[in-house]
Structures are given as C-alpha cells and as structure tokens.
Design a protein around this ligand. Structure first.
Ligand code: HEM
Length: 492
C-alpha cells in the first residue's frame, strides 16, 4: 500500500516537473552523469565527503556539470571563470534561493537571509547587516576578539585536551558579545547550547535530499503522530530552539538598551539608530534587526570555528610551517608583549597562513545554492529557469591555474607568487556573498582573515606547542591529529 502510494507520488512529481523540461532546438543541457528514468540522478547524489564526488564529475564532464534529481535541475560550476560569469556578471538572474521546506517552513529557520528569496525582504535584511557591521563594529570586533583570544589561551593551557570546545566557546563568546553585548558563561552557556542545536539542525537538513519532505512537499501535512513521521518530531524540537535563538538574546539586549545599561553592540547600535526615526512600521524594522542579529551568530560562529579547526589541523600536520610562523612572530612581536591587530601588516607569513586555512579545506565546499529565475543560455548549453546553481568552491579554490600545481597542499607561500588570489570564494558568490558588498573589501578581508591571527600569535607566544609536548604522556600529537582529522576534516 505504502509502496504503491510512493510510486504514484514519484510519477506525479516527475510528470509535474517533466512539463518544465524543454530544451530549445540547437541547444542542449550541460553534460553530467547518466540519468535513470524518473528518478534521474537521485542515487548519484553523495551524502558523505561530497566534494570528492563533485571533483570526479568535474574531471569527467568539465566546468559545468548538470544533474536532474526527480525533475529538479542542478548545475555545478567548477571553475572561477564560469562561476564569475554566471554568479557575478549575471547575478541579476542567478541570485534566488530554493524554498527549503524542512529547514525554512518546518524548523522555522527562515529568519536567516541566507534562506530568503531574492527580493525586497532579503534586500532590507542585507541593508541592516551592512549598516550594523560598519567600521564601529569592526573595531569593536577586534577588541572583543583580542580579549577572547587571551581567555582562550588560559583555557588551552589549563585543559589542552578540550581544545575543540575552547575554540567553539571562543567564537560563540565573541559573536554574542559583538552582536548582543551579552557575556556568555565560561561553561554550558544556554545561548551557545541553543545555537549549536539550531546550527546542527541546519547542517543536517540543508544537504540535498536529506529529508524527503523537501522533495515531496505534500509530506509537510503528515501529522507527527503517524508512525514513521520522525521528521515532524525533529522539526518540532528544532523549531522550538530556532525561535529561542532568534528571540531570547535579542530581548535581553533590547531590555538592556531600554534601561540604558547596554554594552555597545550591533543590536544596541541598530536600536539607537531606529529610535531616531519617525516611522510607523517600527515593529517590522525591529524584526529585521532581530533576524540580522541571530544571522550574525548563525553565519559567523560555526564557520569561524571550522576554519580554526582546519588551522589547528594544519599546525599539527605541518610543523615546519608552524615553525616559520613562530619565527616571524618572534621576530616582529618578541617575547615581551601580546600581539595586536596593528601588527598584522608586518606579519605577511602569518597572514598567508590564515588565508591558506580558509582555502585548503574550504568549510562550505559549495556555499549555498543559488536559483536561476529565468531560462539562460551559456554557449551551446541551455540552463532552465528554476535550476539550482552551486559554485563548487572546493574545486575553485584548488584550481591549478590560479593556485599552482601544488594547489592541493597546504602552502602559505603560494600567496607570495604573482597573480595568486585571496580565497574569497570561501565566502560564497555574487549577491549572496557572505556579507553585503559595500563593506570595503580590505576591511572585510582583514575582519575575516585576522580572526585566527591573534590566536596563532598568542599560541606562539605562550608556547602552547611546548605545553602539548610536555603532556605527551596523556596527550600526544598523534592523538591530537587523530581527533582533528576526525572532527574537523571528515565531518565537513
Ligand atoms: C572565516 C570564516 C567565515 C566563512 C568561511 C564564512 C562563509 C560564509 C558563507 C559560505 C556564507 C553563505 C553565503 C551564501 O549564502 O552563499 C556565509 C553567510 C553569512 N556569514 Fe559568513 N563566513 C565566515 C565568517 C563570518 C563572520 C565572522 C560573520 C559575522 C561577524 C559572518 C556573517 C555571515 C552572515 C550574516 C551570513 C548570512 C548572509 C546572508 O545570507 O545574506 N560570517 N558565510
């Protein structure tokens, strides 16, 4: 009975989507893995270490790879040239987002601009993000980062085994303070715990095909008491936390602002600006501020933690590179003071090291899917409206023509070669790029790249390395690299 219903659903779904597949004469769809009847490439989509499969497809089919999953068109862009052509130059028609039923409608994560369609609501959110992450916030950000990098050090020295948690705490604490002016608890902070549940849910639900309800939208009406409807139970649990993440810290920051006791923060700054305006739809504006604030946590904390894991992994695997960075830090900073952001221009090797941590194991290997809003033609290829378009950042950041023949290895020195670009594809593409474009690029890059810098400065400074060495009996580099490979690399 269930099998028959599923077959009918599959056929109906296919027929509904089939009507939309019309390739004009003289054109064809881009190449890709052979498709099976009805399900298309459904069984080809990888669920584990996806970038390895995407790489094979790149080698086999070229810069544009097309798949069809149950009638849904999916296009991978595998080179910076084609990603630039479509996602940047033609961004007017390549900037929409898919409708995520599980993550957006059921889990209620629709407050993040990343999931919003390309329209007025998205643009108003991006404007607030831009206004609130202005240079005041960037300066404040640096102060908060520096403070927490030092707190991190003392935690690392006290409990080196728990370093993954310390790094997560660091990014959570920095983001909460920058965004809401909230100082989190040293352990088991409820805000960080809630955010981690929600970001875990986002990771679990965002993978294509992870939940059938995204393929068969009618499933959203299945009540949670029906046996097998576990997705509804999960959605309910995650929704509760998603709303808490969006509302609770904001309410605290708002109360502090109203009572005049707030710390300078993105929320306080935005509410201050709002209070000077004479508008009727203030609650609407407030909702945007609230959404942007929780988006900063969602967009900034987990991403940065993952880059820091990659950074630690590289430091463990490549001690010669770590040694070179130490030498530069010793030379420029010396033994008598902590490093400051103002030291950065004098630390080219350390800066290159941070860039390489972003590039080598890019933490969002395809960023988020863009959706094409009208039919398009690229050379002899036809791209139908509604296609999900993914910039294959992994391949783009390992292009041999750009990063050299050694693109797969970890080598900060590549940035000293002429023509080697900064790895900005790590932050997404076009109008959906991580942060609104008008933020001056230099400041923006510093804001991102310098994040690990105080950490490595301070790690070097306090000889954390030696500390790990002296604990060799209980905790050695081998175990450390195993944990990192497990947690940081394989889980991406
Ligand atoms: C180095 C670490 C980071 C990486 C690799 C990174 C990468 C990304 C990527 C790939 C996206 C999705 C872009 C897309 O929709 O296609 C994103 C979104 C976002 N990131 Fe970052 N990010 C990092 C750090 C940060 C930080 C530190 C902040 C804030 C202080 C931040 C704020 C945001 C926001 C607000 C969004 C959502 C923007 C939107 O959807 O319009 N990110 N990030």
């Amino acid at each position: 009975m269930l099998a028959a219903a599923a077959t009918i659903a599959l056929i109906t779904f296919y027929l509904l989507n089939y009507r939309r597949r019309r390739v004009p004469k003289g054109l064809r769809l881009p190449p890709g893995p052979p498709r099976k009847p009805i399900i298309g490439n459904l069984t080809d989509m990888p669920h584990y270490r996806q970038w390895e499969t995407f790489k094979k497809w790149h080698e086999l089919y070229g810069d544009m790879v097309y798949l069809n999953v149950l009638g849904k068109h999916i296009l991978f862009l595998n080179s910076s040239k084609i990603a630039n052509e479509l996602l940047e130059k033609r961004s007017l028609i390549y900037s929409d987002r898919p409708h995520f039923i599980m993550l957006g409608d059921l889990v209620g994560f629709d407050w993040i601009p990343t999931l919003m369609c390309y329209g007025e609501r998205f643009r108003r959110h991006r404007q607030v993000l831009y206004q609130s992450l202005n240079s005041f916030c960037l300066d404040r950000y640096k102060l908060i980062q520096t403070k927490h990098a030092r707190i991190l050090l003392s935690r690392m020295l006290a409990e080196p085994e728990d370093f993954l948690n310390h790094l997560r705490y660091l990014t959570g604490a920095v983001t909460m303070e920058l965004t809401y002016g909230i100082k989190v608890k040293p352990k088991d902070d409820p805000f960080i715990r809630t955010a981690e549940i929600v970001l875990g849910a986002a990771g679990e639900t965002a993978a294509p095909g992870a939940f059938l309800v995204d393929i068969f939208p009618f499933m959203r009406y299945i009540p949670d008491w029906i046996p097998g409807a576990t997705f509804q139970k999960k959605a309910k649990f995650w929704r509760y936390h998603s709303l808490r993440m969006n509302k609770e810290p904001y309410e605290i920051a708002k109360k502090a602002f109203e009572s005049g006791s707030s710390q300078p923060s993105m929320v306080a700054l935005s509410l201050e600006e709002l209070s000077t305006r004479q508008q009727t739809a203030l609650s609407d504006e407030e909702e945007i501020i609230r959404n942007c604030a929780s988006s900063i946590y969602a967009g900034g904390a987990d991403t940065t933690t993952s880059v820091l894991y990659v950074f630690m992994l590289a430091m463990v695997l490549f001690p010669d590179i770590q040694k070179k960075a130490h030498e530069e830090l010793d030379l420029i900073i010396g033994p008598d003071r902590f490093p400051e952001f103002t030291d950065q221009p004098f630390l080219p090797y350390t800066t290159a090291l941070c860039k390489e941590a972003l590039r080598w194991h890019v933490i969002a290997p395809t960023a988020a899917p863009h959706v094409l809003t009208q039919d398009d033609i690229v050379g002899e290829y036809f791209i139908p409206a509604g296609t999900w378009v993914l910039g294959n950042s992994w391949e783009i950041l390992h292009e041999k023509e750009v990063y050299g023949e050694d693109a797969d290895t970890f080598n900060p020195e590549r940035y000293f070669r002429p023509g080697v670009k900064d790895p900005i594809a790590a932050f997404g593409y076009g109008r959906r790029y991580d942060m609104p474009r008008p933020i001056p690029l230099r400041e923006y890059l510093i804001h991102h790249y310098s994040f690990p810098s105080p950490l490595i400065h301070n790690i070097s400074h306090t000889r954390l390395y030696t500390r790990f060495e002296s604990k060799r009996n209980v905790y050695n580099w081998y175990i450390l690299s195993e944990i990192l490979v497990d947690k940081a690399l394989l889980d991406f």
